[in-house]
Design a protein around this ligand. Structure first.
Ligand code: KIV
Ligand code: ZN
Length: 543
């Protein structure tokens, strides 16, 4: 490897504040190595801008030698982020001259360029991948750093598979690359094999045993194969690392990298335990997460820490009651601190009346105790039919109750038979005060049959002028809303019914209109009673 400038220029000094952590984001490099996460140049620029707004310290923008497209994207990002406070833009390179030249040319126009050089150091990689002895590895690493340092001032070196490298050899390589000019030494747990205590002790060993360690920042780069990437990174920080490498949503090679949002919020939420600060604007976390997820097409799991849809959602009644009384009973972070508007009390079968009442209030319904209890009962019944209760369901439920708060007739039972070869038949049981009435009818279709059966009981007949059905919530188990416009002998009245079954919603809507007609007193009822209609005899009574 040739050297363009004298190799031993002074290393870039670590930051002044010993408790300030450098957040190195590698979403555009390691993150982009996630299967299926490839981004085009314009998308990479969008992500880089979002990372700038999030205030990361370093953006690893790509691996320039990988392809001309990668090179150009890194270059474009380096040139696009030209603000005074723009982050360091870093390009990755193997310990090869052509890689380093490519990385240098890609980042050279950045306000603050960095080259990240790596070379594997573990016995497994030395023997099987590189087929090199220890002294050859040290030599190649030193030459690479020296050469990179002749092109760009800020050099990071990674001994790949560091966590499986013999500790003495790791110390030897680290000392050598710092002496050659690396100002950051990144310790990767490349295969996600480390355990927090062990990984922490790797960092402690470097701190204690490498004589020139204070000339460089120790960085950690953990993969999540055992789900320990964030825990290992934090263990590294506790033991002296001052740069954390991470990705948005934890995307990355295989099971991914340490998730930036989890690291940042763990550090912030447990500042009592981790007395370190980052420069991250945490309120930008959720928008950045959404952008990366939309661009890469890698969906964030619902229960993902910090940015998952359920991260601030509470369903159990006990939890909801607690959160309503005092948020911190069940919430350790404020949703607004990560860009979530507010915590969500998800109403479901585990919810209590307190949360139900509150949500109705938010929706503009302030119910007295009795209607509230009635609505809550209906809500619980609905929960058995539907997995997710949307606000629209609640509105439907309360509206249903409000319009039928003084019903003359109530639907007790509806049984409808229909089919392409069947005569549509409806059997209906209605309740009026304590008496129940039953009748059946056939019709052109199920709705015709059920309205006729209702007419036979009530003796009130409306002509349907308009019939509309729509879903008021999403999904297969959505609530249906039926709106009916009926002519009761010149008097046009409306009815509305809700149910997860649209036939039932239709019966309720029609009956609702009939009840309105009845409530109008003599006029509509008398006019519409069919001549010769015999008042029905009750078939039973409800207690
Ligand atoms: O996981 C790893 O070892 C890497 C290096 C290139 C730092 O991504
Ligand atoms: Zn990696």
């Amino acid at each position: 490897m040739s050297t363009a400038k004298s190799a031993r220029a002074k290393a870039v000094k670590p930051g002044a504040d010993p408790n300030r952590l450098v957040v190195f984001d590698t979403t555009l490099r390691d993150g982009e190595q996630s299967p299926g996460a490839t981004m085009n140049q314009e998308e990479k620029i969008q992500v880089a801008r979002a990372l700038y707004r999030l205030k990361v310290d370093v953006i690893e923008a790509g691996f320039p030698i990988a392809s001309p497209g990668d090179h150009d994207a890194v270059k474009a990002i380096a040139e696009d982020l030209d603000e005074k406070d723009a982050p360091i833009i870093c390009g990755l390179a193997r310990s090869l001259e052509k890689d380093i030249r490519s990385a240098a040319s890609a980042v050279k126009n950045a306000r603050r360029p960095r080259i990240h050089v790596f070379l594997a150091t573990s016995a497994i990689h030395r023997q099987f991948k590189l087929k090199k002895a220890k002294d050859e590895i040290v030599k190649q690493a030193v030459e690479a750093v020296t050469f990179a340092r002749s092109l760009v001032e800020d050099i990071e070196f990674s001994p790949e598979d560091a966590s499986r490298t013999e500790p003495e050899f790791l110390c030897e390589v680290t000392e050598a690359v710092i002496a050659a000019g690396a100002s950051t030494v990144n310790i990767p747990d490349t295969v996600g094999y480390a355990i927090p205590d062990q990984f922490g002790s790797v960092i402690r060993t470097l701190k204690e045993k490498v004589p020139n360690i204070e000339d460089a920042v120790i960085s950690v780069h953990c993969h999540n194969d055992l789900g320990l990437a964030v825990a290992n990174s934090l263990a590294g920080v506790r033991n002296g690392a001052r740069q954390v490498e991470c990705t948005i949503n934890g995307i990355g090679e295989r099971a991914g990298n340490a998730a930036l949002e989890e690291l940042v919020m763990a550090l912030r939420t447990r500042h009592d335990f981790f007395p370190y600060v980052t420069g991250i604007d945490s309120r930008r976390i959720l928008p950045t997460s959404k952008l990366v997820s939309n661009i890469t097409g890698i969906h964030v799991q619902r229960n993902k820490a910090v940015v998952g849809e359920n991260a601030f959602a509470h369903e159990s009644g006990i939890h909801q009651d607690g959160v309503l009384k005092e948020r911190t009973t069940y919430e350790i972070m404020r949703p607004e601190d990560v860009g979530v508007e507010k915590s969500m009390l998800v109403l479901g079968k585990h919810s209590g009346k307190h949360a139900f009442k509150n949500r109705l209030k938010d929706l503009g319904y302030d119910l007295e105790e009795k209607p509230l209890v009635d609505a809550f009962e209906k809500f619980k019944t609905l929960c058995d039919k539907k997995k997710t209760i949307y606000d629209a369901d609640l509105i439907a439920l309360v509206e249903d109750q409000l319009v039928s708060s003084a019903p003359v007739w109530e639907l007790e039972l509806l049984q409808v038979a229909s089919g392409n070869k069947a005569v549509p038949t409806a059997t209906v049981i209605l309740r009026r005060e304590k008496a129940v009435y039953q009748d059946a009818a056939t019709g052109d279709g199920p709705i015709d049959a059920l309205t006729k059966a209702i007419d036979r009981i009530t003796g009130v007949s409306g002509k349907i002028l308009d019939y509309q059905v729509r879903a008021v919530s999403e999904g297969r188990e959505a609530q249906g809303e039926v709106d009916i416009k009926c002519d009761f002998d010149g008097e046009v009245l409306y009815g509305r019914g809700f149910s997860t079954d649209i036939i039932e919603a239709s019966a309720k809507a029609y009956l609702n209109a009939v009840c309105r007609a009845c409530a109008k007193g003599d006029t509509a009822v008398k006019k519409t009673e069919r001549p010769g209609h015999v008042a029905p005899k009750p078939v039973g009574a409800t207690p």
